[in-house]
Ligand binder design. Structure first.
Ligand code: NAD
Ligand code: UGA
Length: 461
């Protein structure tokens, strides 16, 4: 290994939404460590080395500017970097498999396995390999088997250190995590590797928040944490449907239920359904694992979380159609927000994709507005048929529209001048608030017909 002035050399493989921010945080908190992030995608690495970072996260750019070329480096040279680093975080993507056995549910581990083989081929010294990607239980075993298939006498310790940060709050989550979870083999070398990683996080995370466990528990806990979070969203969304039928108000119900300290108030916001690259993928992975282990009742239970999410979107679009006199053909609809949540440009699995396609299928013409996600939106809808335009300014986007459909909970949309917007729209004008973020009564008084989620509509029709 090359000698450097740094105390430790750390590598992150995969410069995506997780790999880059988490390595950036280590570089920021450990200026005496050299942190390198590699990726097979040269455009992504070029962007990380430029002023236009490929990922938008509040606070990220500032830390990148402070650490880049000091002790943080971005590179495409995966092979040499593997050789030069002894602590390797694997942060590659693990999407849902789209082919073969388990298609539509199981995790596609091809990128993961390729990385394992690359690590084996390019290692001349023993290494600690850390799973940061979200993986099915027992993946570490497969990793160990691949890494121990080499002939040399170097050794590899595999750890599971799943990441719990959420997009939009990634930097604060990484800086002040609820917990850091580190799973290892409970052998002498497994425990020593675990301690190496504990030492890194101890630089900024209080000891009581660093949880250690056996490796399989760590792998499974990540899937279960996401499943529980998504389950809360589906639970409240299922009740929003009942509220709409029975004249109850979902915000009042959520508040009344959430003030029970055993239940808690977080993740009880009803809306258009959860998006993002992980909830659906991870629950389906859990469902697949349960079926694999012969637990069909458990699998069905968790699968229903995804089904309610789809139902919520179907319900939403049916309501738009029905409220607008059962025809959208030729009408102009403004889709407000395309990111799957506020404060990110990420649109993976965003409910807005599905809703926009359904609007287009009804022959509506769609104007999409979003402060950070228009480039991704255009890529997501590349193959979509119909009239779509992209307008960053929400006021301009709404001009001449028949309806506003709020898809993302951007703060920006809470405080727009809806009187001005109303005046520029075709009447009767509609708002379908898929996030319950605007002042419904005020918008009704302006003249809109307002359709929230899980609350009685305010309409003059
Ligand atoms: P991503 O697609 O944004 O990034 C993955 C990167 O890995 C890509 O840039 C890809 O080019 C690169 N890559 C793939 N194979 C490679 C290889 N062999 N060598 C080098 N680079 C390679 O994905 P992401 O959102 O960062 O997610 C990564 C993992 O982290 C997933 O398992 C995901 O479930 C998990 N996770 C994601 C989040 C999140 O908020 N996005 C949070 C927690 C955990
Ligand atoms: C989620 C988890 O919160 C992270 O802990 C986890 O690390 C990550 O997945 C992952 O594994 O990728 P993320 O998807 O980035 O993070 O964002 P969330 O804040 O969890 O939101 C997910 C979706 O649920 C969004 O579409 C959001 O709008 C929706 N949501 C969330 C609701 O509809 N209601 C709520 O009350 C909360």
């Amino acid at each position: 290994m090359k000698k450097t002035k740094f105390k430790k050399n750390i590598l992150g493989i995969g410069a995506g939404y997780v790999g880059a921010p988490s390595m950036v945080m280590i570089a920021s908190k450990c200026p005496d460590y050299k942190v390198t992030v590699v990726d097979v995608n040269p455009q992504r690495i070029a962007a990380w080395n430029s002023d236009q970072l490929p990922v938008y996260e509040p606070g990220l750019e500032k830390i990148v500017k402070k650490t880049r070329d000091r002790n943080l480096f971005f590179s495409t040279d995966v092979e040499n970097q593997i050789a030069e680093n002894d602590i390797i975080f694997v942060c590659v993507n693990t999407p849902t498999k789209t082919f073969g056995a388990g298609a539509g549910q199981a995790a596609d581990l091809q990128y993961w396995e390729k990385t394992a083989r690359q690590i084996l081929e390019n290692s001349q010294s023993s290494k600690i390999v850390i799973e940061k990607s979200t993986l099915p239980i027992k993946t570490a075993l497969a990793m160990e088997r691949i890494l121990s298939s080499g002939k040399g006498n170097i050794t590899f310790d595999v750890l599971s250190n799943p990441e719990f940060m959420a997009e939009g709050t990634a930097m604060s989550d990484l800086e002040n995590p609820d917990r850091v979870l580190i799973g290892s083999r409970e052998t002498k070398s497994g425990l020593a590797a675990r301690q190496e990683l504990v030492d890194i996080y101890s630089r900024w995370v209080p000891a009581e928040k660093i949880i250690t466990s056996n490796i399989w528990s760590a792998e499974l806990s990540k899937l279960v944490a996401n499943a529980f979070l998504a389950q809360r969203v589906s639970s409240i969304n299922s009740i929003s449907a009942l509220c709409e039928k029975a004249d109850a108000d979902i915000s009042e119900v959520a508040r009344a239920v959430g003030t029970d300290s055993r239940i808690g108030s977080k993740f009880l916001k009803a809306g258009i359904g959860f998006g993002g690259s992980c909830f659906k993928k991870d629950i389906l992975n859990l469902v697949y694992l349960c079926r694999f282990y012969g637990l069909p009742e458990v699998a069905d239970y968790w699968e229903s979380v995804v089904k309610i999410n789809e139902y919520q979107q179907d319900r939403f679009i049916a309501n738009v159609l029905q409220s607008m006199f059962n025809t959208l053909a030729g009408k102009k609809i403004c889709v407000m927000g395309f990111a799957f949540k506020a404060d990110t440009g990420d649109t993976r699995e965003s409910p807005a994709i599905n809703i926009t396609r359904k609007l287009l299928a009804e022959h509506a013409s769609v104007v999409i507005t979003d402060p950070k996600a228009l480039a991704n939106a255009a890529m997501d809808l590349e193959d979509a048929q119909g009239q779509i335009s992209y307008v960053e300014d929400p006021y301009l986007a709404a001009v001449g529209c028949h309806a506003l459909v709020i898809m993302t909970d951007w703060d920006l949309y809470r405080n727009l001048d809806y009187g001005k917007i109303y005046r520029s729209m075709v009447k009767p004008a509609f708002i379908f608030d898929g996030r319950n973020i605007i002042d419904h009564r005020k918008c009704f008084e302006i003249g809109f017909n307002v359709f929230p989620i899980g609350k009685p509509p305010l309409t003059r029709l």
